[in-house]
Design a protein around this ligand. Structure first.
Ligand SMILES: Nc1ncnc2c1ncn2[C@@H]1O[C@H](COP(=O)(O)OP(=O)(O)OP(=O)(O)O)[C@@H](O)[C@H]1O
Length: 306
């Protein structure tokens, strides 16, 4: 089955921003076949701010591409704002900030926004789009001279032009330094406050923690967690056991997932942290044991661990 077509229902607010039912998508054939999206059901309501988390190759971009109508699912249906995705995109109801492509090196930032504005029937003024995206300060700069972060802000300005109801962002802050990221999210907060639905894929867990009320975690083409961001933390190994380790080599504890060490402290998580702690207490090489609550990062690693 392919992306649904048909008339768009009236915009009564009850129609979800995104509705994905049983979506599958594969690439390649035979031994090179990859099941990029493997039976995803996802409903995102109007005005939600949702983070899409997952390791490389989890299927986030493929899912966003289907929601944008760039590619059709092999199976299942995808509707955006109550209509076929391409129809919503053509109507200027969806704005997207994607990882690559789409910019002409020889134009200035302002010229780029002005050119893309002519493609929309209704749009913000060029100055307004530049200001909202935090791109006014470098609007005279040639695209080829912009940093990666500035190019992302230009893409953001382009996405805002038609005043879209839904903003889709695929790793929007990749290549930005800490200050640029903070400014970007401040601007994005303002757009969310205007009632837009925002869905963003990210590798930065703190961005999900700070910005998204809801987090969807993908792995191997499937959704492995979908809950309020605070709850995702409790879905996988709520606690972390940390300790000093004087042994040589890795710490082997059955049922435990190692987390990156913090300073001199080794860390383990798992479904039964009491059992992990008991095991470590019996080992003289483990000292100064502590059990604490996991942050989103630990929950995420626990969820995507094999
Ligand atoms: N056009 C394509 N042709 C072949 N394989 C593809 C194509 N696009 C994606 N894939 C594969 O599908 C799987 C899912 O990729 P996808 O880009 O959707 O993951 P992702 O979660 O967005 O990863 P990342 O965080 O690295 O961007 C990967 O194994 C990827 O190699």
């Amino acid at each position: 089955m392919h992306t649904t077509t048909g008339p768009a229902p009236t915009d009564d607010g009850a129609v979800p921003a995104i509705e994905v039912v049983g979506a599958r998508k594969h690439f390649g054939h035979g031994s090179r076949r990859v099941q990029a999206v493997d039976g995803v059901d996802l409903r995102i309501g109007r005005g939600e701010v949702v983070a899409l988390l997952g390791p490389n190759g989890a299927g986030k971009t493929t899912l966003l591409d289907m929601v944008l109508g760039f590619t059709d699912p092999d199976d299942g249906t995808v509707r955006t704002l109550g209509a076929a995705p391409r129809r919503s995109v053509r109507a200027g109801r969806i704005g997207a900030v994607l990882q690559t492509g789409g910019l002409l090196d020889d134009l200035s930032v302002r010229e780029t926004v002005a050119m893309v504005a002519t493609l929309h029937r209704k749009h913000l003024s060029v100055d307004e789009a530049l200001a909202r995206a935090g791109a006014a300060d470098f609007s005279g700069r040639k695209v080829s001279k912009c940093s990666g972060g500035q190019q992302q802000r230009l893409r953001f300005a382009l996405a805002l032009l038609p005043e879209p109801e839904l903003l889709l962002l695929d790793e929007p802050t990749a290549g930005m330094d800490v200050n640029a990221r903070r400014e970007f999210w401040t601007a994005m907060h303002q757009e969310a406050d205007r009632g837009r639905t925002v869905v963003f894929a990210t590798h930065y867990l703190d961005e999900a923690e700070e910005f998204a009320a809801r987090t969807v975690v993908m792995k191997g083409g499937r959704i492995v967690a979908d809950a309020p961001t605070a709850e995702v933390q409790s879905l996988a190994g709520t606690r972390v056991v940390s300790f000093r380790w004087s042994g040589t080599g890795p710490v082997e504890v059955p049922g435990a997932t190692p987390l990156p060490a913090v300073g001199a402290r080794r860390r383990l998580t798992g479904p039964d942290t009491d059992a992990i702690a008991r095991r470590l207490l019996a080992d003289p090489a483990a000292t100064d044991l502590e059990i604490s609550h996991a942050g989103l990062e630990e929950a995420f690693l626990g969820l995507v661990a094999d």
